[in-house]
Design a protein around this ligand. Structure first.
Ligand code: UPG
Length: 308
């Protein structure tokens, strides 16, 4: 049921033969430093693989039906290393061409991270942003979501607009629950960060509308201000470090294939106030395909479905 046998062959060959140098997989294999966990452990990491080593993608009809034949005798360690790499690798090849969905992936990441440990603070960090100031502390505000990347070189070290919440932000698990996580419906580029910003403050907006007039409380706050009258209200708002501290360098890049601008983002944004309670953490569905502990990070491969 595994698909794309040609890719499998090519990648497997390069894994074992083509990487030169003393620290490459070839050398690691010779030194037996490649992980070759127990078969039970490999099984645990690949819950969708069934007896005999079969795998079928759970949410689509496979286009190919491939068997992998391995000539073998007395190489248990190698077999375990191969199975350990090959199963997640093949599953990754079958998950992957749908439109990108940053906010839904963040939801999955937060939920999975909280299964691992009782984190007191979770950062949502774009891959292309490098913090430039050591005083920009990676901690959470106890009450409110924090937006860290307030001054990117791309925007000449200032906020592009006052409600901007893209790039790097942080929430405590309590804040995350309170805002019902992030939206799942933004497929493609744009809008999801503004939705997250809006839901961060949605409690506050409701209180304002019910009790006062909107003009008393501006919809945006000056950066890193902390007005006492608003703090007394129970809702959340966005905290920010000073512009001089929240400096980030963005690695230059072009738009990604599969993450084209989402034409529905403006319509979706108009409905955030109506939708945030039903679209978010409480409506999140996904399938965890594999989880790999790499030396410097944990890599989760998930099926989050497709743009309906
Ligand atoms: N990403 C990938 N692979 C992709 C597409 C996106 O890893 O194919 C991730 C990556 O972490 C990236 C982030 O998604 O940094 C945001 O996408 P990107 O194309 O870098 O968007 P930018 O226009 O550079 O970023 C701004 C904000 C970002 C927000 C986005 C859309 O910094 O947080 O999501 O605008 O509103």
């Amino acid at each position: 049921d595994y698909s794309r046998p040609h890719d499998v062959y090519t990648n497997l060959t390069s894994l074992l033969l083509h990487h030169p140098g003393p620290s490459g997989p070839e050398q690691q294999l010779r030194d037996c430093t490649l992980p070759s966990p127990l078969l039970e452990e490999i099984k645990e990491k690949n819950p969708l693989v069934t007896l005999g080593g079969h795998y079928r993608p759970p949410d689509c009809e496979p286009r190919h039906h491939t068997a992998i034949v391995v000539p073998y005798r007395n190489r248990q360690t190698h077999l375990r290393a191969l199975l350990y790499h090959l199963h997640p690798f093949l599953q990754r090849q079958q998950s992957g061409n749908s439109t990108f969905n940053r906010a839904k992936l963040l939801n999955v990441g937060v939920r999975e991270a909280l299964k691992e440990e009782d984190w007191s603070c979770v950062f949502l960090h774009d891959v292309d942003l490098l913090p430039e100031n050591d005083h920009n502390t990676y901690t959470c505000h106890p009450q409110y979501p924090t937006h860290l990347s307030v001054a990117m070189d791309k925007f000449r070290y200032r906020l592009p607009y006052s409600q901007y919440f893209g790039g790097v932000s942080a929430v405590t698990p309590e804040q995350y629950l309170k805002m019902n996580g992030f939206p799942n419906q933004y497929w493609g580029w744009g809008g999801e960060d503004d939705d997250i910003a809006a839901r961060s403050q949605s409690h506050l907006s409701l209180v304002i509308i019910l009790i006062f007039t909107a003009s008393v409380y501006p919809s945006c706050l000056p950066p890193h201000s902390h007005r006492r009258d608003q703090v007394r209200l129970s809702g959340m708002k966005i905290m920010r470090p000073p512009l001089a501290i929240g400096h980030y360098k963005m690695i230059k890049h072009k738009g990604d294939q599969g993450n084209e601008q989402n034409p529905r983002r403006f319509d979706l944004l108009k409905r955030t106030r109506l939708n945030w309670r039903s679209d978010g953490l409480n409506s999140l569905t996904y399938k965890l395909l594999s989880k790999e502990l790499e030396p410097l990070y944990t890599n989760l491969t998930v099926n989050i479905g497709d743009d309906p």
